[in-house]
Design a protein around this ligand. Sequence first.
Ligand code: GDP
Ligand code: MN
Length: 349
Amino acid sequence: SSSVHSNTSSLSDAPFPDAVLPAEGKMNATFVTLARNSDLWDIIESIRQVEDRFNRHYHYDWVFLNDKDFDENFIKLTTALISGRARYGKVPKDHWSFPEWIDQEKAKKVREDMAERKIIYGDSTSYRHMCRFESGFFFRQPLLMEYEWYWRVEPSIKLFCDVGFDPFRYMAEHKKIYSFVLSLYEYVETIPTIWDSAKKFIKEHPEHIAKHNALDWLSDDDGESYNHCHFWSNFEIGNLNWLRSPAYIDFFETLDKDGGFFYERWGDAPVHSIAAGLLLNRDQVHFFEDIGYWHVPFTHCPTNEKKRLDLKCSCNPTDNFDWKGYSCTNKWFDLNKMQRPEGYRDQQD
Ligand code: GDP
Ligand code: MN
């Protein structure tokens, strides 16, 4: 079976160094959004909520990225809403195209086949470029090189509760590297061979595997197969230096060489999640119970009533996805021996 459990002596004890922690004030952090000009009205809604619930007290920057030039209207309206600096970058062509080792004919046949099987985004080339970009390139765009922390925001999300603390500072103080609010099972049709590539990486790079990793959250049979659990990456707060580390880059390149972004339809969520599960210690990944969040079609609403009232949450607690059958957050709590919040039983299916 897997070499992860059998040979722990070669594994990494301190997978990632502690982050910089200023005594007070802002962290070196930014929001980041990948968007098209046509996403304007949907991203505006997201920005308004992030500002009202959090950023008007902090004024963190916001970096926008696009494979095309942002138009004047997009820049004007988004800049007006953001209390920090709003900055705009264009993704270079080679971060948004087929690598030369990809067989175009094979990739085209996959798209046609997936279209017929009605797999979501299965026929889309741009969606695949997006997923590859979010997996391997967003964190090394020149504008992002200046920052240590990021908070990813997508169009049409909702923030249900006041964020009455600085999540970036929280992450640094508690030695966290990656975080999530929702987790679930991935459609297997989009990632049938991703675990083969992950296993190849484990074999080739035992030095990158964390000693206290979360393999048992990703696999129910000691690493033999993937159970399809992943953190939902449309919300992420994380450490950019980790994504820029040799461990993560080696991981991304192993996957990229195997071509699954184009021969299948690998999402950046399973890519980030498998990386976090293997390269980080379990206690470096954080579940933000307090951040109420929605991205179609799933809700994370704080389970605890006192918390919802204190944070002025506007979500319906029965919508909370955390404890339902298709969520992987149950499994995360079990693996980490975390105590479930009071009231969770009322929110199971
Ligand atoms: P879903 O959440 O998986 O349904 O995918 P989305 O349509 O929300 O896309 C994920 C993110 O990538 C969002 O922030 C989109 O604005 C962005 N995105 C998707 N496709 C493109 C694209 O072709 N160009 C650009 N610039 N951004 C894109
Ligand atoms: Mn989305």
